[in-house]
Design a protein around this ligand. Structure first.
Ligand SMILES: N[C@@H](CCC(=O)N[C@@H](CS)C(=O)NCC(=O)O)C(=O)O
Length: 386
């Protein structure tokens, strides 16, 4: 653990360093190469060899970043999906080791679109700091990990967010037994606040306390389990993260009923999947998978009825399910024409995915709220599939 600007913080993993203040960790091989310069003798040959290897490695990264991801994914037979290290409702392994959650299911939906088989996915657990490097380097094909869409990530970090699979906002949780009488975040001046590094959470926290002229003592860790353990052990007064995350984390604490989520939501956290820039076809496949999930819900197409819906008289349902004569609704995208049928068969529509993972069918019991369809007063809206 180090202190940076007087702040307690855990840095990048061994072999990594923070990249230009972005919160992302990058490999430090370059600095290791520089150290080797001090060795005499075989230095020149070694250096040439390192140069060749380095160029090859860069070439690999460049090709990973610019290649047709669809071809790569088809060749290997699965999608590599970057998820969290374990956040209930979004992406967490169950007791059999199967990844559950809305973010894990989203990757299954893309696998169903591409392969007609939602099981063709492998999951890579990533901390907040590791996630962007993993996508940039080609280690994962999709980042589907409660990640907030921001201008910095969409530009400087070279990502393309495909949409917002969950509209969230940052909140605060406290132990009500430890802090009786606290019912607003505005009473938290002077508190020690547990937060994970490499997140928008860390940045919003600073803004919120500054704009309300309050003091706080940030207790920052890289790994989720460290933040959870520190909070559960009473090392901080407050836990801050996306509000959905607070509900999931509360379930894992020693005595969940002692903890309350305060009413303030201090930021916009539009969470969604992202892909690398430079591959429009893959971007479109992932983006339209999200829209297909919404469109299926809007049209009342469910996991249970999708097969019979194929013979519906409704022209829109027929078109979306690829049942029109001479259709190219899927092939124009690079997948089969019944891609939406395959998606819904694998994971259901967006509403089913929501209820099963974070809503009424889950321990989190989160209401649809602004994540309802636009037809029901929410923000979820898909452009036409036609
Ligand atoms: N949405 C925010 C926060 C995302 C985030 O990483 N939150 C933490 C705390 S809930 C988390 O999911 N950690 C899981 C992990 O590191 O595996 C962001 O994109 O920066």
């Amino acid at each position: 653990m180090q202190f940076v600007n007087g702040r307690q913080r855990v840095g990048c993993d061994a072999g990594f360093r923070e990249w230009a203040g972005t919160g992302s960790c990058v490999h430090t091989e370059k600095s290791q190469v520089r150290l080797k310069k001090t060795e005499k003798g075989l230095w020149v040959m070694k250096h040439i060899a390192i140069g060749i290897l380095g160029a090859a490695a860069l070439g690999l990264v460049a090709s990973a970043a610019s290649a047709a991801t669809l071809d790569d994914v088809k060749a290997k037979g699965f999608i590599q999906c970057g998820v969290s290290t374990g956040l209930a409702g979004f992406s967490a392994p169950d007791d059999k080791g199967d990844w559950q959650g809305i973010d894990a299911d989203f990757c299954r939906a893309v696998a169903a679109a591409v392969f007609g088989d939602g099981t063709r996915v492998k999951f890579t657990p990533l901390s907040a700091k590791e996630r962007f490097t993993a996508l940039q380097s080609g280690e994962v094909d999709i980042l589907s990990r409660n990640t907030t869409w921001t201008i910095n990530r969409d530009t400087a970090l070279g990502l393309n967010f495909v949409g917002v699979t969950y509209y969230d906002g940052q909140g605060f949780m406290i132990n009500a037994k430890k802090l009786p009488g606290v019912n607003s975040a505005l009473q938290l001046s002077g508190a020690a606040v547990c937060v994970q590094s490499g997140t928008t959470t860390e940045l919003n926290l600073a803004d919120y306390f500054k704009s309300n002229k309050m003091e706080y003592n940030p207790v920052v860790f890289e790994k989720l389990e460290e933040v959870n353990a520190a909070y559960d052990a009473g090392r901080c007064d407050v836990y801050t993260t996306d509000q959905s995350g607070l509900y999931g984390i509360r379930l894992t604490l020693g005595s969940p009923a002692d903890h309350v989520v305060l009413p303030e939501i201090i930021s916009k956290e539009p969470l969604g999947p992202a892909v690398r820039q430079g591959d429009d076809q893959w971007y479109h496949i992932v983006k339209w998978t999200y829209f297909a999930l919404l469109q299926a819900e809007e049209l009342g197409i469910t996991k249970a009825n999708v097969e019979e819906m194929k013979t519906s008289d409704n022209p829109e349902i027929k078109r979306v399910l690829g049942q029109e004569a001479d259709t190219k609704i899927g092939t124009d995208l690079g997948v089969s024409n019944d891609w939406v049928v395959n998606i819904v068969k694998a994971v259901g529509n967006y509403g089913e995915m929501f209820e099963r993972n974070v809503g009424s069918g889950s321990p989190l019991k989160i209401a649809r709220g602004i994540n309802a369809l636009w037809t029901k007063g929410g923000l979820q809206y898909a452009p036409p599939i036609r």
